[in-house]
Unconditional design. Structure first.
Length: 310
């Protein structure tokens, strides 16, 4: 669906700014790829080139075989871009009117109304089709953006911060919709500062660093870049555990004393019989009421690979 090969972009100046330097990756049918990187890594420049808003200085990018630079109009037929936020809608118009208006601008002519209604149904807004957008919550407006993006039935969908500012339920609705689209065969390029978006949706991660692809890995392999296998959290009532247990004396173990309870957190590099014995000793000698074991998430990986990431 998407092929990017040796893509570069240099902005003139003194000195010139190389925003992209030989970027290359592909996205197949039904694949969700998370595009990550710190500030200034080149994500915005790459998205502008792929959405035909900016020409590359060198290299090649094609959507369904159509080059975004030399055949931009044909490339746009296969593409939709959905940005996060509340702007870009007409609040005094209904949801249906918004979808039909933007659908007309994007060149959709045949069966515009039924397709608009179908797009609204696909994002859970069919019952609010005739409601003014000014009555919508942030999450509903974001779903409306997604409906507009789906009207041309894109082969490639680019999502930029799709859950920004949403509560937990609305964010999950967006993620559920994205999952359904991928299952139906839509290729998706996703950028987000919310780790849950990448953790739940992406099957692969492309990490940009100073305009280059530093990592292009399946999500399972990308999580391994965190440098540890699991994070373990123990908690219990009363005073925090103290003693000569090897686990407690490890300087990497974090112990937090709260008012009525405590929390002990540590990272496991590799599970081993010795680690299980040390963990069992703590549980046996101290009043542990909860144990949580979590695999490394995207945020932990980004903290290690992009030191400026917060």
């Amino acid at each position: 669906m998407l092929e990017v090969r040796d893509l570069s972009r240099t902005f003139p100046g003194t000195p010139p700014v190389e925003a992209l330097r030989g970027v290359g990756f592909t996205i197949g049918e039904g694949e969700v790829v998370g595009l990550l990187g710190g500030n200034g890594a080149g994500k915005t420049t790459l998205l502008k080139i792929l959405s035909t808003l900016l020409l590359p200085s060198a290299g090649h990018a094609a959507i369904c075989g159509d080059d975004v630079a030399t055949h931009s109009r044909r490339a746009r037929r296969h593409l939709s871009v959905v940005f996060g936020g509340e702007r870009g809608l007409y609040p005094r118009l209904s949801a249906l009117d918004n979808v039909m208006f933007f659908g007309g601008l994007s060149g959709v002519r045949r069966r515009l109304r039924p397709r608009a209604l179908s797009a609204l149904e696909g994002v859970g807004l069919a019952e609010r089709a005739d409601s003014r957008v000014e009555t919508f919550s942030k999450g509903m407006r974001q779903r409306l953006h997604l409906a507009i993006g789906l009207l041309n039935q894109p082969r490639l969908l680019m999502l930029d911060e799709p859950t920004v500012g949403l509560d937990l339920m609305e964010a999950q609705r967006i993620r559920d919709t994205v999952t359904r689209l991928a299952t139906a065969g839509t290729a998706i390029l996703l950028t987000s500062h919310y780790p849950a978006d990448i953790d739940q949706l992406a099957g692969r991660v492309v990490l940009l660093d100073s305009g280059r692809v530093s990592h292009d890995l399946p999500i399972v392999e990308f999580r391994k870049q965190a440098g540890f296998t699991a994070e373990v959290r123990l908690s219990g009532p009363g005073a925090a555990p103290r003693g000569a247990d090897p686990l407690l004396s490890d300087p990497s173990v974090r112990i937090q004393q709260n008012r009525d309870d405590w929390t002990l957190t540590f990272q496991v590099d590799t599970w081993s019989p010795v680690m299980f014995i040390q963990l069992a000793d703590v549980v046996r000698r101290h009043p542990v009421t909860d144990i949580n074991v979590a695999s490394p998430g995207i945020e932990a990986v980004m903290r290690r690979l992009v030191p400026s990431h917060e």
